[in-house]
Design a protein around this ligand. Structure first.
Ligand code: SAM
Length: 221
């Protein structure tokens, strides 16, 4: 059995009771960054061994992990924050487990885009999750595609690129398109600001933007 275990995106109180039990009971926790996950386990006095599973070794270790799972091991996969496989490593391992008949369970739990969408005030009945845009090649093509979508779309963005990203979105979607910047969710300085792209640009241009950010844009009319 492979458990995908979501971990807090800021507030440690968001770990679930079930996540704590699974992290305690599995044979090993595979972590995107062992130091980050060990800190979390230490906080909850969990002594399960932790090994690395990240974007740079997932191709090499997936086959061995699946073989161990098939031989009866029980593992948890955790990323630094949020749900594994959502703009984080996990997909390759899960696909291989599914192909080889290994049971996979994903615990419900923290992920950044769901609270951002639910609290944004933008339509949440249908939405499109883009995650990180490519930095250079293909970025413009993606932006143009997103601008045509008839539903809210969601991006993950870094604070130093926020204003540039909002400006590029305003170019393709128009400055009056409603949007939202959800920053530092679940943390002390959480800020969820919904306005037009033009107003958001004016606001954040004046700021030294810090923290983690989800950008949401209302769909084309
Ligand atoms: N697996 C995670 C999830 O389930 O949401 C996403 C991991 S991705 C590498 C990290 C990005 O998620 C950040 O750059 C930011 O865009 C977003 N993010 C993570 N934590 C956040 C938070 N507390 N507030 C706002 N955005 C956050």
């Amino acid at each position: 059995m492979l458990y995908l275990v979501p971990t807090p995106i800021g507030n440690l109180e968001d770990i679930t009771l079930r996540a704590l039990r699974i992290l305690r009971e599995v044979d090993r926790v595979w972590a995107e960054d062992t130091r980050v996950t060990k800190r979390l386990l230490d906080h909850f006095q969990i002594q399960t061994p932790v090994s690395a599973f990240h974007a740079f070794n997932e191709h090499q270790v997936t086959a061995s992990l699946v073989a161990q799972l098939k031989a009866g091991a029980t593992f948890a996969l955790a990323s630094d924050a949020g749900t594994p496989g959502i703009s984080d490593p996990g997909f390759l391992l899960v696909r291989e487990c599914v192909r080889q008949g290994v049971r996979v369970e994903c615990l419900p739990g923290p992920t950044a885009f769901v609270p951002a969408l639910a609290a944004s005030g933008l339509p949440s009945d249908k939405f499109f999750f883009e995650g990180f845009l490519p930095h250079k090649k293909g970025r413009q093509t993606r932006l143009q595609y997103l601008a045509t979508l008839p539903c809210t779309f969601i991006l993950y963005e870094s604070p130093n690129r926020l204003v540039k990203c909002l400006e590029q979105l305003a170019e393709v979607c128009g400055p009056e398109r409603p949007a939202c910047v959800a920053r530092e969710l679940t943390k002390i300085y959480e800020e969820i600001r919904t306005d037009t792209l033009a107003q958001l640009i004016a606001f954040y241009k004046e700021k030294n933007v810090k923290g983690e950010i989800v950008v949401l844009v209302g769909g084309a009319e």
